[in-house]
Design a protein. Structure first.
Lengths: 548, 351
């Protein structure tokens, strides 16, 4: 039985390889720092970013990888915690002047800026970069369709967008919106609209990243394998002088290797083979790493995120609010905290801690008797449910937990665990059959509560593909509130209104939120942990790493 | 001890059984296999009477009393409880399976049922299909043989595991619907069908070869001369003479299919959660290898023991049912040894 022998060999090899990977890891050793300054950081990511192109990337990995390479007119303050949620001038000289009833934004480019290839940065690069992003059908495009003519441009791909006027001599950029938009300042701080030189090819440049404006530039990118940074030569000569408040960075560069085995990543950071791992340690190692290294090499980082189970409000049985409320009563956050091995803090609301408008409340404390009573009252006609989750641990276990909760409530379930790479695409496609309920999460794009309500819970966000309103929740009164609040600039009054909106939506229970995730910083003993800055939107700042 | 003369007058099956029972290693491993079967069949009994939980029932936030002391099934840090043996009255005998806090022993027993069910069903389907294809190809020859043989060659030439993995993942997401045949995404029939399709050539080709030889024999010519049609010749005359080959292949294919299932399930393309198989249990166990190594080792050992048992019993069956083949092999080994060949001759491969 040659085949049998081969299969046994495969099994043995797989076992040996997994043990080998767990114990050996890979990668080169760090070049080491020369005291406080310089050195090449040897880092590792568990996966390559979705795109290494600022116009296209919409993942934490991509944003973390490019945060200090591609700067926008506005940026987020180079700090951690709440301070890091503040939008500050980036390539723009100062914050925009908002006029015309909140519809016109006027900014001025800082003078003397250059790209890393020496090309001068011009005001007209802004509309070019924005148009390129829309032409590439970037997932970030919807944030900017409120600019006059942008929606039409998205359809025809014929420019220019009439709502943007620029003057390369003065550096003036004037943006006219169709209507007031309270989140636009935050959106101008996203990487989707980072400036790129005119003429940058309108294609995915992940393998050949375009010139940089930040303190570092990407010198080599091998999708799937890794990438390298060096200092931007024009930072010291030009941009750094024009933006003195931005740190130039301590290290001279970095080499990032993709290591898909997160157990091996932990081993390699422990042994100093890598200086830093971008993703958190796996759940099975989290407690060990925290216990051994907290304070010296490990730090828990609050991430502004909500983990939740969604229910399709358009179809039975979840079109009945009582059924949805029953599910909320039956989901026990304590169980999910254990499933996420201490990396999740239980909560039962939409807005996570750290997000403006968050005020703690819990409408559905765990009560299985109450849940069963509500199901009995609702007496749902359709008891067959398909439960969707991604296959990445511990999300798959959270999905399995939800599956059992629904079974305990009397439903007949079919469980589908999809590869994490295409999970959002499949459940975001409304033609996928049996989209009844499932697991999902959301990390903030920017620190504004509208980022959670508009895309995830407004009826107008329901779209045939790339749909993020997984519950297909469409309540006219709620839609109106979301739209109205979205037009206003965020202040204490608006924050209170968002809190009330959170409660109001949770009464209708389109989701069963179960917690907010923490992330982490884990570095080798060569790195000064205290120097590392973790921004709630962009993750770890490369420029903040320092060798001891 | 009985002399050889005592075999006189016994039928071929009785002789084969005698030869099989003389192979002590095979008898021991047949016993091991039967014990494994009893172990997995006893799953509901253990689950209901001892563990008092089902294979998919979660106990994440529960506590159990072990020797008068309360213990978390899963600690707040997500560490599952280890083996308790009989400390908790048989509950969590082998500990919890992971952060969902399911009883590992119960899942091991139920997982074994799944693995054996998939292995036996896939081997049965593959064997039945292979018999029909082998008979048709070997008896009719010509273009029928060409079409069947080339199709089998094509399947054989495919990277079985990679294709199986791709198809497995596709079926795990969307299920299967071909005409009246409809399988849901989590159905056990998905891995069974994938494994069957890819293992057919391993049985059909040797059967075809044997049919080619048998169809030249006098008893076949006699049946044709008496006016027997192709169906009667194939299924009435040739098939009974294939019995020993088929039995041996079937045994070995169960082992092969179980390994295939374990591989597919380990990679997420076989048995779908929350159901367990030994393959899926290894997947969960590998993640917790450092803190609870038994979670990966136990299902791995069960697979190894089952496959080893079936292989040894299968080889012994082959020797028992075809003693001339064994004699030929022994002679070849002796010849090699006498001629000073440096490369040893391995066991004759059935594939």
């Amino acid at each position: 039985m040659k085949k049998l022998g081969a299969l046994i060999a495969v099994l043995v090899l797989a076992a040996v390889a997994s043990i080998g990977l767990a114990s050996c890891g890979g990668g080169d050793s760090a070049d080491g720092g020369d005291g406080q300054k310089g050195g090449i950081l040897n880092g590792t990511y568990a996966s390559f970013p979705d795109f290494m192109d600022p116009a296209l990337s919409y993942t934490a990995e991509g944003w973390s990888a490019m945060a200090e390479v591609y700067l926008s007119l506005l940026i987020y303050k180079h700090a951690g915690g709440e301070e890091g949620s503040e939008v500050v001038p980036g390539l723009a000289k100062e914050m925009p002047k908002i006029s015309n009833g909140g519809k016109t934004y006027t900014l001025f480019l800082r003078p003397g800026l250059k790209y890393s290839d020496g090309t001068p940065v011009k005001a007209s690069d802004f509309p070019y970069s924005l148009e390129r992003m829309i032409q590439l059908n970037s997932p970030g495009a919807p944030f900017y369709l409120s600019i006059e003519g942008a929606e039409e441009f998205a359809k025809t791909k014929q420019g220019p967008i009439p709502g943007i006027k620029t003057d390369d001599k003065t550096g003036e950029i004037v943006i006219n919106l169709e209507g007031p938009r309270g989140t636009f300042v935050n959106e101008l701080g996203l990487m989707f609209v980072a400036l790129l030189p005119k003429g940058t090819p309108i294609e995915d440049l992940s393998a050949n990243p375009p010139p940089a404006t930040g303190p570092y530039m990407i010198t080599k990118s091998q999708p799937g394998k890794g990438w390298e940074y060096k200092r931007n030569p024009y930072w010291a000569k030009a941009n750094g002088k024009a933006m003195p408040e931005l740190p130039a960075g301590v290290i001279d560069g970095a080499k990032i290797t993709v290591v898909r085995n997160d157990q091996a990543q932990v081993d390699d950071v422990e042994r100093g083979i890598y200086d830093w791992m971008q993703n958190p340690p796996p759940s099975s190692r989290y407690a060990e790493v925290k216990e051994n290294y907290e304070g010296s090499q490990f730090r828990v980082e609050p991430a502004i995120s909500t983990y939740f189970f969604w229910m399709n409000t358009q179809e039975p049985p979840f079109d009945d609010v009582k059924v949805r409320q029953a599910v909320n009563y039956a989901v026990d956050s304590r169980a999910l905290e254990r499933i996420y091995a201490g990396q999740l803090v239980g909560s039962h609301q939409i807005l996570p801690p750290g997000m403006p408008g968050h005020q703690e409340f819990d409408l559905y404390p765990y009560d299985i008797a109450k849940a069963q009573e509500l199901i009995k009252e609702a007496n749902p006609s359709d008891m067959d449910i398909t439960v969707w989750t991604d296959s990445e641990s511990p999300n798959n276990e959270a999905g399995e937990y939800f599956n059992e909760v629904l079974k305990d409530l009397g439903f007949n379930t079919t469980f589908k665990a999809l590869n994490a790479d295409n999970f959002a695409t499949v459940i975001g496609n409304l033609s996928t059959p049996d989209l009844d309920a499932g697991w999902a999460n959301w990390f903030q794009d920017y620190p504004h509560p509208n980022d959670f309500f508009q895309l995830l819970l407004a009826g107008e966000s329901i779209q045939p593909t790339n749909n993020y309103n997984f519950s297909q929740f469409d309540d006219p009164a709620i839609n109106k509130r979301i739209t109205e609040l979205g037009r206003e600039q965020l202040g204490p009054e608006q924050e209170e209104a968002y809190h009330l909106l959170d409660e109001e939506i949770m009464e209708l229970a389109p989701w069963a939120p179960f917690g907010t995730r923490t992330l982490s910083t884990f570095v080798s003993d060569e790195i000064d942990l205290d120097s590392v800055v973790f921004n709630p939107t962009f993750g770890h700042y490369l420029s903040s790493f320092e060798f001891k | 001890m009985e002399g050889r003369g005592s075999d006189a007058g016994r039928g071929p099956w009785a002789l084969a059984l005698r030869r099989l029972l003389r192979n002590r290693l095979a008898v021991v491993f047949l016993g091991v296999f039967l014990l494994i079967v009893v172990f997995v069949l006893a799953a509901p009994l253990w689950a209901d009477e001892v563990a008092e939980t089902g294979p998919n029932q979660e106990h994440t936030v529960e506590q159990i009393t072990v020797d008068g002391e309360k213990k978390d099934v899963v600690t707040p840090e997500g560490k599952p409880i280890g083996p308790q043996w009989f400390g908790a009255g048989g509950k969590f005998f082998l500990g919890a399976d992971g952060r969902l806090g399911r009883d590992e022993m119960v899942r091991l027993m139920y997982g074994g049922r799944t693995s054996l069910l998939v292995g036996i069903s896939a081997a049965l389907i593959a064997t039945l299909v292979a018999i029909v294809l082998g008979l048709l190809a070997g008896y009719f020859r010509g273009w029928v043989d060409s079409v069947i043989a080339r199709t089998l060659d094509t399947i054989w030439s495919l990277p079985v595991f990679l294709i199986g993995l791709s198809v497995g993942i596709a079926l795990a997401v969307g299920g299967l619907k071909i005409g009246p045949l409809e399988l849901s995404s989590g159905s056990l029939w998905n891995p069974i069908l994938i494994i069957s399709v890819f293992t057919v050539p391993y049985i059909a080709r040797p059967i075809r070869g044997e049919v080619l030889a048998l169809s030249e024999k006098e008893f076949v010519e006699a049946a044709v001369a008496q006016g027997a049609g192709p169906s009667r010749v194939m299924f009435g005359e040739i098939l009974p003479n294939l019995a020993s080959t088929v039995i041996v292949f079937f045994t070995l294919m169960i082992a092969n299919s179980m390994l295939f299932e374990a591989g597919l399930s380990f990679l997420g393309a076989g048995v779908q959660p929350p159901n367990s198989s030994w393959g899926t249990m290894i997947t969960v166990g590998v993640e917790l290898l450092r803190i609870q190594p038994l979670l990966a080792i136990l299902p791995g050992m069960m697979i190894m023991l089952t496959v080893l048992s079936l292989n040894i019993v299968g080889d012994a069956l082959r020797d028992a049912l075809d003693p001339r083949g064994k004699a030929r092999l022994d002679a070849a080994l002796q010849f090699e040894a006498q001629s000073g060949a440096t490369r040893p001759v391995g066991e004759a491969s059935l594939s």
